[in-house]
Every structure is written in C-alpha cells, then in structure tokens.
Design a protein around this ligand. Structure first.
Ligand SMILES: [Zn+2]
Length: 240
C-alpha cells in the first residue's frame, strides 16, 4: 500500500475510532499504620470517534451512537449547539459528499459510511486525487481535535503587528514569546539579535489601544455632531 493510502487510513481511524481513557484509582487502608495504598480498578471512559463528538456538539439532542454521524437534528424551535462544531460538521459532510461523487461512490446514510465508501474507492484513484483527499482529511482532523478540546490554539493578540500591520501576533505561552506568523518578527523576555523585547511590545500594544480608543471616541462624537446637524439641533443638545 502506498504511503498516501496508509496515511488516509490512519487519519480516517483518528476521525472515527472511539478512544479509551483510563484513570488509575487508589484507596487508602483504614488502618493508619498501613501506608500502602490499595489499587482499585481504573476508571475507564470510552469516548466516541471525533466526528461523532463534533456532531454531538453541533446537534446536542439529535445524536445517538455511531448513527449520530448522520446527525439528524430533532426538529424543534431550538438553535443547535456549538456553532463552530456545526460549521465544521456541515463543511465535512458536504466535502465528503463531493468526494463520494468525484470517486463515483454512492452517497451513504451516515458520514461514517460515506467516509468508508470513499476510502474503499481511494486505491483506484489517481495519485494526485488521493493526495488532495489526504490534505482535506488532515484539515478535518485538526478542526475536530480543536473543537473537541484535544488541542488548544495559541492565543492571538488583538493588536496588529508593529512590523507588517497584520493581526497575526501569536502568543506562545510555554516559551513566553510572541511571534508574527505573517512576517516572522519575534518578541521574547530577553531581547537579542532580531528579537524584540516583550516589554517594548507591551508598551506598543497599550499605546495602540489608547490611540484606537480615542480615534473611536472622536468618530462617535463626529457622528453625533452630523446627526444633530441633520436634524437641525445644536451639537450636544438633548432631544425634545
Ligand atoms: Zn508581522
């Protein structure tokens, strides 16, 4: 089997296979002189596959087991659950249907079944199609992992990068650094060659927010003045 085909299978497994989480449990004997803890059976939690977890978040009342992958929501006047999960779930279902059509596979009842059908037809497809499917599936996996809370993204600062002005300043909490993923500029606790200091970035961010705040206040004052002028009242006058 080619590398791409085995990777396809691995990613599909990661999306659909239930996972087991074991937490060890212990008890302590009543006799205080005995310091040896007693091992109990571990607490085992089996989580459904990632796709089902995302479907369950998207449609909190409409999902049941593996069939939940089809996630038919119960008709009712309630908004669905997590909007990010809903968007991801719909994107993945639509993409799967598109892949099924491209591979000449009949659409199936559930997303799981469609995914299996697409995988079954993958070996007969041209190499570049297999690669495109793999890249799609990698994206689905990382989206599902993030929504299910398995991975957390770096926080992003709300101010634009002082070097390139894109709002792409990512904070690395473990390393205590800030990096712009657009231009590659970096800030760290210790300033060094080509690396700015975090305190300088902090001063810039404070100044930027203050300036943005006063610019917004000026724009609001100007808007009020124009409205007042349009209605023939003096600026700042109370409405009658
Ligand atoms: Zn930048």
């Amino acid at each position: 089997m080619s590398d791409v085909l085995s990777s396809l299978r691995d990613v599909a497994d990661a999306l659909t296979n239930p996972s087991q989480h074991r937490t060890p449990r212990h008890a302590w004997p009543k006799d205080r002189r005995n310091r040896n803890k007693i091992k109990l059976d571990p607490h085992v939690v089996v989580l459904p596959g990632l796709l089902t977890q995302v479907a369950a978040l998207a449609f909190p009342l409409g999902v049941d087991g593996e069939e939940g992958a089809s996630a038919r929501s119960v008709p009712q006047s309630r908004p669905p659950g997590n909007p990010l999960a809903l968007a991801a779930y719909l994107d993945i279902s639509i993409a799967l249907k598109r892949w099924a059509a491209e591979f000449g596979v009949q659409g199936r009842e559930t997303s799981y079944a469609t995914l299996r059908g697409v995988l079954g037809a993958a070996p007969a497809q041209p190499y570049d199609r297999q690669c495109r499917l793999l890249s799609d599936m990698h994206e689905w996996l990382s989206r599902c992992e993030e929504i299910a809370g398995w991975v957390t993204r770096d926080p992003i600062l709300t101010v634009p990068c002082p070097v390139c002005t894109y709002r792409t300043l990512h904070v690395d909490l473990e390393e205590s650094t800030v990096r712009c993923i657009s231009c590659g500029a970096r800030w760290a606790k210790q300033e060094s060659e080509n690396v700015g200091s975090l305190s300088a970035l902090g001063r810039y961010a404070t100044k930027y927010r203050e300036e943005a705040g006063s610019a917004a206040a000026a724009a609001r004052a100007e808007e009020r003045r124009r409205k007042a002028a349009r209605w023939g009242r003096a600026p700042g006058a109370e409405p009658p």
